[in-house]
Design a protein around this ligand. Structure first.
Ligand SMILES: Cc1cc2nc3c(=O)[nH]c(=O)nc-3n(C[C@H](O)[C@H](O)[C@H](O)COP(=O)(O)OP(=O)(O)OC[C@H]3O[C@@H](n4cnc5c(N)ncnc54)[C@H](O)[C@@H]3O)c2cc1C
Length: 397
């Protein structure tokens, strides 16, 4: 099997396949594979997939338990208040530093026999039925029984498989950074603060960093993509003291020692729409197949579930590979489709100009956080477990 992309989806697919006895070659564009972004919220679904890979305990030990999602506006009103325990007693998410999740997956690859080839940017797929992959240096990999393409939301290979696919960039993006929270004041919840829908800031506890420093958090600040460059060219202290502090003094205090934007990264999101995910023996996985805004915090979780379910189905379904892959994606789309649709519908409620969308948000979410039934639906959505049909045993949360 050939896997393209050393992201969450590609590494999980390579590992799950290798554990089931397949010979796997993983091809990554970067010379030294590295995680992008800062923190992630793993949901019960993603944790179930990590359990199937034997990694959940290490991840739970390194990450930070998240029991609630809280969102308030600048007047202090609770817009969102969702508790995982309302789904199932004891249920929770885990905030994790991306580099820690990356290392947990990456460290397992070589011991499981996965051949990892770096500095291999795949630029061409030859023969979709028996794929042969060509990199930028003219190296050739394959032929493979199956090529799993996990090259992310900005995939350059997607068009070779689905020429009519689209992946426009969302008009809103974000800047992110990690910080230390020595007193653990942000423990237990993903907290967000909104000013209308023009400003959204959040703090997620992520546990240990890759350097083993304890009580790390990820902080984000959302803004229009068109303003990202000007924002990061602006003065850091002015933003912190004049914009973040009045909105959320506790979050600003996390950055008290900083003098500049060092340690911040920018994020843009794409709304990926591809139709079918495969052509013959080439299949898209993760963000390359169904990338969306991270509003519901599901992208990495969906990629993990994609990977584990694909490997399990290839194992138990003995029909030709293209048929098996088709059956797998029919099942997966009953899950990913729900989250793509809802993410798309919710994004303007949190990231938009003007007063209309935040008003809709307050009308929709404030009761959702209080009324039984609606509240349960909100929590189910948060856990990642909303799926039309059942989860197979290997990923059942
Ligand atoms: C700011 C931000 C916050 C997020 N928060 C959350 C969250 O809380 N929870 C959550 O579940 N998700 C979250 N997400 C989404 C999550 O990060 C993605 O859904 C997830 O990383 C997708 O994984 P992937 O493996 O599909 O792609 P990626 O992680 O993008 O990996 C793609 C890999 O492919 C490689 N590659 C690209 N092109 C080629 C090529 N031609 N040849 C070889 N290699 C190639 C890249 O170098 C990269 O290593 C967030 C995203 C962002 C941006």
């Amino acid at each position: 099997m050939g896997v393209v992309g050393c992201g969450v989806g590609g590494m999980a697919a390579a590992l799950a396949l290798a554990r089931r006895g397949h010979a796997v070659t993983l091809l990554e564009a970067f010379a030294a594979p590295r995680p992008l972004g800062s923190g992630l919220l793993l949901q019960p679904t993603g944790l179930a997939a990590l359990k199937a890979l034997g990694l959940d305990e290490a991840i739970r030990a390194a990450g930070a338990r998240v029991d609630r999602l809280e969102g308030r506006d600048t007047r202090g009103r609770r817009v969102m208040d969702l508790d995982y325990g309302d789904w199932r007693p004891g249920a929770h998410g885990v905030g994790i530093h991306r580099a820690v999740l990356f290392d947990a997956l990456h460290d397992e690859l070589s011991p499981e026999g996965v051949e990892v080839v770096t500095d291999a940017r795949i630029v061409r797929i030859e023969s979709l039925a028996k794929p042969v992959l060509h990199d930028q240096h003219g190296r050739v990999f394959g032929p493979f029984d199956l090529a799993i393409i996990g090259d992310g939301a900005a995939s350059t290979l997607r068009a070779a498989i689905r020429p009519a696919s689209r992946a426009p960039i969302y008009p809103w993006g974000a800047v992110w950074t990690n910080a230390s929270d020595p007193e653990n004041r942000f423990a237990g919840a993903l907290r967000q603060v909104y000013h209308r829908a023009e400003v959204m800031s959040g703090v997620l506890p992520v546990g240990r960093g890759p350097d083993r420093a304890e009580n790390q958090v990820s902080l984000f600040w959302s803004l229009p993509v068109a303003d990202l460059d000007a924002f990061l060219d602006g003065d850091f202290a002015t933003w912190r003291d004049q914009r973040l502090t009045p909105l959320w003094p506790e979050a600003a205090a996390l950055l008290a020692e900083r003098n500049d934007w060092a340690g911040f990264s920018r994020a843009v999101y794409r709304d990926v729409s591809v139709g079918r995910w495969n052509r013959q023996a080439c299949v898209l996985i993760g963000d390359a197949a169904h990338g969306t805004s991270p509003q519901l915090g599901q992208g990495a979780n969906l990629a993990l579930v994609d990977a584990v379910e694909l490997a399990a189905r290839l194992d138990r379904d003995l029909r030709p590979t293209a048929v098996v892959v088709r059956a797998w994606q029919d099942q997966r789309r009953r899950h990913t489709g729900v989250y793509q649709l809802v993410s798309k519908a919710l994004t303007p409620l949190f990231q938009a100009h003007g007063a209309f969308w935040p008003l809709m948000r307050d009308l929709f979410f404030t009761p959702m956080s209080r009324w039984p039934g609606l509240k349960q639906l909100g929590v189910l959505l948060l856990t990642g477990a909303l799926r039309l049909g059942r989860f197979p045993p290997e990923t059942r949360p």
